[in-house]
Design a protein around this ligand. Structure first.
Ligand code: SF4
Ligand code: SF4
Length: 492
């Protein structure tokens, strides 16, 4: 009997030391200096336990009354701790109802003309649309005029990364050109290939779903989900104009399609790790380019099957991507206003294709984000423009419960530093590298409150409350010389 207990205890100690070792290696691989030191100390502590245990076994300590009592107590404690971490808590019903679960009042469809990007990218001071818009919304005019003076879409070149910014901005703009090319009307609302026009390929919803998801993955999507479209997530009016297509500005957007195929592409851990420096901006635009590539081909594939489709990507959004993705079961809405997925956290960009091809919708997921965000708050603490709310609970905004990101101050900060920031994405504990120990931790976080509290606390210990940016690959290096000269310097 005692030898069985010794065997179980030895096995448990070896397993915890092995996990400690993998975490230590993971921290070295992640190039996280602080976490490497703490993980190294933790591993040494775990190893010491194993050595002491085997020493005690050698001197037959566990065959004494005290030794046996300690062995049993240790095993009970270990089993209890494991049970508390692994136990699956009652599901969050709100999460299982997806974005609809957050609705508590009357929700007005969003008008794309009012979003900060559309105002700054599309409205030119000498245009009719400019006069029309600011007559109706004088509250934005002064702020937008100030923002436009900061320069191009991402602010003055050279703002944050000094002499090295030029090359990284050049790489970013190379990617921006792809969604622009793929935003022409025949690309975002494609016709079938001439030989296929007027024919419908008959597919059951099961087979169509399998083929559409498989094709999207084959094109490079990392996650794919399907939802029936809630009309509330479709913009009411068009606000972003490209190709000088001014006749579309202010045009009412009809809810044409019943289904949305929503996909996510992982953003590189290494590049996002540099946020708010220019390499993170290269990665954002690289992913938007991938999104345009996937969305337009997927829309074309569906058109060739004989069904109507619309590609949604950086230069042609007809719907809000995040609630669509939540409904399609890709993840939950986080405090930082992004989708949080179990596989990559918020470190993703989204795209979608809407269609009338009958498909099978996916089920929403409860991965514990709402509860974890209540405890964590790291993105809000680190946000240099105070754009993410710090309140424990969500508030009601446009009939929905949410932590409302202040897109105006966030975008203003982008202009100050000349990149798209991404600090909130970098510091989020869900954004860590997808190594074995992090996958294990995230699995436990999905299960119950105790795990969430424990791992939020440990994230602060190992990575710090305000983690600093990591270095970039050599080809995308930057210098940090200008940080102190910038208004609102980054706090993390
Ligand atoms: S991108 Fe930067 S400024 Fe904007 S919310 Fe995130 S941390 Fe704040
Ligand atoms: S940093 Fe923390 S609070 Fe912010 S989105 Fe991530 S988990 Fe939620």
């Amino acid at each position: 009997m005692v030898s069985i207990l010794i065997f179980i205890a030895a096995l448990a100690l070896m397993v915890q030391a092995f996990i400690g070792l993998t975490f230590f290696i993971s921290c070295i691989w992640e190039k996280e200096k602080r976490a490497t030191v703490f993980a190294g100390l933790q591993f040494l502590g775990m190893l010491a336990l194993v050595v002491v245990f085997f020493f005690l076994r050698e001197i037959h300590f566990f065959e004494t009354k005290l030794g046996l009592a300690l062995l049993i107590a240790g095993l009970i404690f270990g089993a209890l701790a494991a049970f508390l971490l692994i136990r699956k808590a009652t599901p969050n019903q709100r999460a299982l109802e997806a974005a609809r679960g957050l609705i508590v009042g009357k929700v007005k469809r969003h008008d794309e003309r009012e979003i900060v990007f559309a105002r700054n990218r599309s409205l030119r001071p000498d245009s009719e649309q400019y006069k029309l818009f600011y007559k109706e919304h004088p509250e934005y005019e002064e702020f937008d005029a100030k923002r436009r003076k900061m320069g191009g879409p991402l602010g003055h070149p050279g703002t944050i990364d000094g002499p090295h910014q030029g090359s990284n901005v050049a790489a970013t703009l190379a990617s921006v050109s792809i969604p622009l090319h793929l935003s022409a009307p025949d690309k975002v609302k494609p016709q079938a290939y001439p030989e296929l026009r007027g024919k419908k390929i008959s597919l059951s919803p099961e087979e169509a779903t399998e083929r559409v998801k498989g094709y999207a993955r084959n094109l490079g999507a990392d996650l794919v989900g399907i939802t029936e479209i809630n009309p509330l997530w479709v913009y009411s009016h068009r606000g972003e104009i490209f190709h000088e297509n001014w006749k579309d500005w202010g045009k009412e957007i009809k809810v044409e399609h019943k289904y949305g195929v929503v996909f996510a592409m992982e953003m590189s851990f290494e590049m996002v790790g540099t946020a708010p420096h220019t390499p993170t901006m290269i990665e954002s635009m690289n992913n938007y380019a991938k999104g345009a590539y996937i969305a337009t081909q997927l829309a074309s594939f569906i058109a060739n099957l004989g069904y109507s489709s619309t590609a949604n990507h950086l230069r042609n959004y007809e719907a809000l991507m995040v609630p669509l993705a939540v409904d399609a079961g890709l993840g939950e809405l986080g405090r930082l206003g992004y989708l949080i997925t179990q596989d990559f956290g918020p470190r993703v960009r989204l795209g979608s294709v809407t269609t009338d091809l009958p498909l099978l919708p996916d089920k929403p997921v409860d991965i514990g984000v709402e509860d974890f965000c209540r405890i964590c708050k790291k993105c809000a603490v680190c946000c240099p423009s105070n754009s993410i709310p710090l309140e424990k609970d969500q508030t009601v905004v446009n009939g929905m419960l949410r932590w409302k990101l202040n897109a105006e101050t966030c975008f203003e900060y982008w202009g100050n530093i000349g990149t798209d920031c991404n600090i909130c994405m970098r510091v989020c504990p869900w954004s860590h590298a997808r190594t074995f120990p992090h996958k294990l931790i995230l699995e436990l976080i999905t299960r119950n409150k105790i795990s969430r509290r424990l791992f939020s606390f440990m994230d602060d210990i190992f990575y710090g409350k305000r983690p600093k940016p990591r270095g970039a690959p050599k080809w995308a290096r930057f210098n940090t010389g200008n940080m102190d000269e910038i208004k609102n310097p980054a706090r993390c």
